[in-house]
Design a protein around this ligand. Structure first.
Ligand code: SF4
Length: 409
């Protein structure tokens, strides 16, 4: 388990780190070179063509409908570009990444080919013993915990921080909660890297996964409850020494940036009403803090997905890493609408023949044969914020090939 207790002054540490000449969080000035390289490796002519035709393309029996917002978000593109620039800027140094730079297998593979190594996890712990003084260490788009930053700084590493500014905004929010002695209620997955990082900057915190858990906490605030049961439910999802009877009197809301936007908003409103009910309007500001920290890119992709699933679709394909939270949420939207939907992490999951290997929403991998129906079909396609257009193109080409074969048979 990651170390969660955090007695250090995280704000002061961050300030001193930012002044260090071994800490970088801006471009090294190789942006133009890298942009060309990324264009060649990740962009797609086919996807541009579909974009130019109002997100629709028909070939033979297949009509592809692309979501109007999908794929690489600004924060991911920036993180990957910074990683490429780091390689150029430090051509001979050993370079590490504390985690996958983003949740996409092809991008991570490409970085490994560039001799950028990942810190391995052994028995649930990251093995930082491999990192030496003078090595360059990249922090990924979803950030790193303050303890990891401190360890790397103490070891004399050069740190290239690609943390997305939207994620940093959440960290600043939990710092504000801490300053006012409010407990941060974080809507997220307690073991997701971004939430691990966010909670490392918080003082007291509690991570709630969904509205159901939030309702349980809200009821505890209003009516009390069984403390042992509460602690059993949130054993891994709260700060050390958390006491639900004392630590829920003043709360603030924060979120993992890739959660379902509507749910984050509902949870925020639920706690606002709860504190209003308990303390009244005059005292609300002393007991409840909320700042808007929902990332625009997540919001746009989810909104585009809601629009897409309103159209008549025979099948939906969602492309993105299996550990990508924002991709899973896109899949969730299709499943809720009862559209046959397949979450794949790369085009190689499609075929041979009319079969697809995919990840089930709340389960493991499955194989579906004859997943593309006979005759004319409309296929909805979207991808998570970590997925390059090239991966989407490959998946679409495989769909076209399967349907072309059906016609020939
Ligand atoms: S999804 Fe949002 S928070 Fe996450 S990297 Fe992209 S822009 Fe940043």
């Amino acid at each position: 388990m990651p170390i969660r207790q955090n007695p250090m002054d995280t704000k002061a540490f961050k300030r001193s780190l930012h002044q260090s000449d071994k800490y970088f969080r801006q471009s090294f000035g190789h942006g133009d070179d890298v942009a060309g390289q990324m264009q060649t490796e990740y962009n797609s002519g086919l996807i541009q063509e579909i974009r130019d035709h109002y997100y629709t393309l028909t070939r033979g029996d297949v009509t592809i409908k692309l979501a109007e917002a999908f794929g690489f978000c600004w924060g991911v593109e920036r993180a990957v570009a910074m990683a490429y620039e780091t390689r150029q800027h430090f051509p001979t140094e050993q370079i590490w990444i504390t985690n996958e730079i983003i949740h996409n297998p092809s991008v991570n593979q490409r970085l490994q080919e560039m001799n950028v190594a990942f810190i391995k996890v052994i028995n649930g712990e990251k093995n930082f013993s491999v990192v030496g003084q003078g090595d360059v260490v990249i922090l990924p788009a979803f950030g790193a915990s303050v303890q990891e930053m401190q360890l790397l700084n103490d070891r004399g590493c050069t740190i290239v921080d690609t943390t997305c500014p939207w994620v940093s905004k959440v960290w600043n929010t939990v710092e504000k909660h801490k300053k006012k002695d409010h407990t941060s209620i974080i809507h997220g997955k307690y073991n997701h890297e971004e939430t691990v990082a966010t909670s490392s900057f918080a003082g007291k915190y509690l991570v709630v996964l969904n509205l159901q858990q939030a309702e349980y906490v809200a009821s505890y605030i209003l009516n009390g409850g069984n403390r042992n049961e509460f602690m059993a439910q949130f054993a891994n999802a709260c700060s050390a020494g958390f006491n639900p009877d004392a630590d829920l009197e003043r709360i603030g809301i924060a979120n993992q940036t890739t959660m379902l936007k509507g749910e984050t908003e509902q949870i925020g409103k639920l706690f606002e009403h709860t504190m209003l009910k308990k303390y009244g309007p005059q005292a609300l500001n002393d007991h409840f803090l909320s700042f808007n920290t929902i990332c625009d890119a997540t919001q746009e992709r989810q909104d585009a997905m809601f629009k897409l699933v309103d159209e008549p679709l025979d099948v939906m394909v969602v492309i993105g890493g299996y550990n990508s939270s924002n991709t899973t949420h896109l899949q969730e939207i299709a499943v809720e609408r009862h559209i046959p939907s397949y979450h794949i992490d790369s085009a190689s999951r499609i075929g041979p023949g009319n079969r697809i290997e995919h990840k089930q929403l709340h389960g493991g991998m499955a194989v579906t044969e004859l997943w593309l129906p006979d005759g004319p079909i409309t296929v909805g396609v979207t991808s998570g914020a970590s997925t390059p257009d090239r991966s989407v193109e490959e998946a679409i080409e495989r769909i076209f090939a399967i349907k072309a074969n059906q016609v020939l048979v």
